[in-house]
Write a new protein. Structure first.
Length: 409
């Protein structure tokens, strides 16, 4: 039996600014995802009654994002009651993990048509009621004093010796590449416009990018996490920085180099990717755009937290018998500039092959939705450049990384 997982198509919403004045703030995240799901259905032309599962990533999981948003969004979209849905959380890698799980179901022969992707409305913060990544568990915190991701990103820069200027330069280049991609309409094929409930247009373009950003502009910005790092936790008498340094006693201090210009943007959005078996696709006249060749997950130190994209990618290429030289294009989520610099240092991959259309520093990172967005962007760009292999890798909370290799058909 032929066992492959075919990407039939991938669509996404535009990214809206993740603030109350953002264009998508007034649209419930279920409604954003529902419109993206229907955009995918209309593009591909499948019968929603034949969807084996709708697997969606979401980082929040509470408030407007609660109650299994995958199932609720499918219901909101008017899909058949036969189409189930499940929501998962692997922090920032949730959307990518959802697509990977969709592929696994198809590759295992358990399913024939699965929709993967994700959603996040960061303008609608969810009431977590927890203290950081350890979720109010002092026993876990004693073992791994996990801190905010911005502190972890600055810790990476400190450990690896990445300078503020290096991080800023990546932030500027992300803006330049995103501006060129937008000017040439490279994202247009995958975009689904989002409407308000009254039928008026909410957003049909990327809202977050800041074209024309220069290195001089970024040098004026103060580090975003320096004040946070200096905050003293009353229960321990240690600052947040000192808490993180408990795991890195050879360091005297954390150098704070990240700010809004070299960190991922806070945005709203949703993504959806249709994964099908070859037998189902042929029986229904669906043409594949790519196949998912391999996926992998890796874990690293949860305090420095964001260093696992390289190990996950390395595991992925090794499993399938490729090398990094065989990969034509990479999408490495720009959670922070140091994450991408660390990936390049770990793998030896050139910046010329990474995020050629810009990344989250310019476009924004709607947590649960980003993985599906990056996979769709990679498929589009492989086609545009007539290339074959692409790899997506993301860092996540808790010291993990996700990776996916796709091959254009």
């Amino acid at each position: 039996m032929e066992r492959e997982a075919w990407i039939i198509d991938a669509v996404r919403s535009p990214r809206g600014k993740g603030k109350e004045n953002g264009a998508l703030h007034g649209v419930h995240p279920q409604r954003i995802l529902a419109q993206v799901l229907n955009g995918l259905r209309d593009r591909v032309g499948f019968d929603t009654a034949e969807v084996d599962d709708v697997i969606m990533g979401c980082g929040a999981g509470s408030g407007d994002h609660s109650m299994d948003i995958a199932r609720n969004a499918a219901l909101d979209a008017g899909w058949s009651l036969d189409a189930p849905g499940v929501t998962l959380n692997r922090f920032c890698g949730s959307g990518q993990q959802a697509v990977n799980f969709a592929a696994m179901g198809v590759l295992a022969g358990h399913q024939d048509l699965v929709i993967g992707g994700g959603v996040e409305s960061m303008s609608r913060p969810s009431p977590m009621h927890v203290d950081g990544f350890t979720a109010n568990n002092p026993h876990l915190f004693e073992q791994y004093p996990m801190v905010a991701q911005g502190i972890s990103a600055d810790l990476i820069a400190t450990v690896e010796g990445f300078s503020r200027e290096e991080c800023d330069q990546l932030g500027v280049e992300s803006q330049i590449r995103a501006a060129a991609a937008l000017a040439e309409g490279r994202f247009d094929r995958s975009l689904v416009p989002i409407f308000h409930d009254d039928g008026t247009l909410a957003l049909d373009h990327e809202e977050f990018p800041r074209p024309g950003t220069t290195l001089a502009d970024l040098t004026k910005l103060s580090p975003s996490f320096e004040k946070m790092g200096a905050y003293v936790r009353p229960e321990s008498g240690l600052s947040i920085d000192q808490t993180a340094l408990l795991s890195y006693p050879h360091l005297d201090a954390i150098r704070h180099v990240h700010h809004a210009g070299n960190s991922s943007g806070v945005v709203d959005g949703a993504s959806a990717v249709a994964i099908a078996s070859p037998a189902y696709a042929r029986a229904h006249g669906l043409s594949p755009r790519a196949r998912i060749v391999m996926s992998a997950v890796a874990g690293t130190d949860p305090v420095i937290m964001l260093t696992a994209p390289g190990p996950a990618a390395a595991r992925c290429v090794k499993k399938v018998g490729l090398t990094f030289d065989d990969i034509d294009l990479f999408e490495i989520n720009e959670a922070f500039a140091a994450v991408v610099l660390k990936f390049m240092k770990d793998t030896g991959v050139s910046w010329d092959k990474i995020n050629v259309n810009g990344g989250a520093m310019a476009l924004g990172h709607p947590i649960g939705a980003t993985g599906g967005m990056l996979i769709g962007t990679l498929v589009d760009e492989l086609e545009r450049r007539d290339k074959e292999f692409g790899l997506v890798a993301m860092c996540t909370g808790g010291g993990m990384g996700t990776a996916t290799i796709i091959q254009r058909i």
